[in-house]
Design a protein around this ligand. Structure first.
Ligand code: AMP
Length: 271
């Protein structure tokens, strides 16, 4: 793989599949690369911890940065046609960005509500990456499902030709969605209770058709601080209402456990 540190060195390659990351790579990121390989012979992975998506009180400074390990890992999956792009801050923010992006019908809820700066930061950085790289495919994980929907809408709204491709959530053997922030966790076993409860709730919805989420609300709030726990539509993010087809919806969760923010989502089609 070729490592590029400067946007001016990016080659003009047709049919690129682009996998943006913030590094500290794990099997979730590698699965996105596998998905990318299905779409193109030429994959470009970026590693860039994007300051614009962190609020001042969040973990930008301490976010795990493991560049040497990431490069070694990528060498095992990327081939000579592929590129690792590690831009500098000046490549992405040559001027302090003062524009504010918002897609209110998708960003006013879930993560956008508790982290109002977050999607502006994500849209800003992905827009800049798309302008620099002109990828044919942009591969995003369903782990950050709202981010996938918001980005798809941004790409369509601006009129980019890039196709946004979702890639399924990768979990550890006990069902916990892999995340770079999991490295902060001390009691992994208790954190894994969260996804266990979420899957049990999805099972309850299947069996009893009860969608009040009382079961998971009660269980989760006994050991973690729930930010949101909601059933929302998998395209529009509207809240579930009686009479709607449950299979078009997902259970979305975010919460703090050991002061680490964890998110997850489960499609109700898996019933
Ligand atoms: P991050 O490095 O956390 O910004 O994530 C980069 C990309 O990897 C995003 O598209 C995430 O949705 C995706 N991703 C992170 N964790 C997982 C996971 N466990 N399964 C699938 N995709 C993931």
């Amino acid at each position: 793989m070729k490592i590029i540190h400067n946007k001016n060195d990016l080659p003009k390659i047709e049919n690129l599949a682009f996998v943006p990351t913030m590094g500290n790579l794990h099997d979730g990121h590698l699965s996105l690369i596998k998905t990318a390989k299905k779409y193109s012979q030429n994959v470009i992975v970026s590693i860039f911890v994007n300051p614009a998506q962190f609020a001042p009180n969040e973990d930008f400074a301490t976010y795990p940065r493991t560049l040497n390990e990431d490069i070694s890992l990528l060498q095992t999956v990327l081939t000579e046609n592929d590129i690792l792009y590690i831009p500098t801050i000046e490549d992405i923010y040559p001027y302090p960005s003062k524009i504010w992006f918002d897609i209110p019908h998708l960003t006013n809820c879930l993560c956008g509500k508790s982290r109002p700066h977050f999607f502006n930061g994500v849209i800003t950085v992905l827009l800049k990456f798309i302008l620099q790289i002109s990828p044919t495919f942009l591969i995003l994980g369903e782990k950050d499902y709202q981010q996938f929907l918001v980005t798809s809408e941004m790409v369509k709204s601006i009129g980019f030709q890039t196709k946004v491709i979702p890639s399924p959530i990768i979990r550890n053997q006990n069902g916990l969605a892999l995340s770079s922030r999991n490295t902060y966790l001390k009691n992994l076993t208790q954190a894994e209770l969260i996804n266990k409860i979420l899957f049990e709730e999805v099972w309850n919805i299947k069996n009893s058709k009860k969608t009040d989420l009382l079961y998971s609300q009660t269980k989760l709030s006994s050991f973690c601080e729930i930010d949101y726990l909601e059933i929302r539509h998998n395209q529009t993010l509207e809240l579930f209402a009686e009479g709607k087809n449950v299979e078009d919806f997902r259970l979305f969760f975010a919460g703090r456990f050991e002061n680490v923010r964890l998110i997850d989502n489960i499609p109700l089609i898996q019933l």
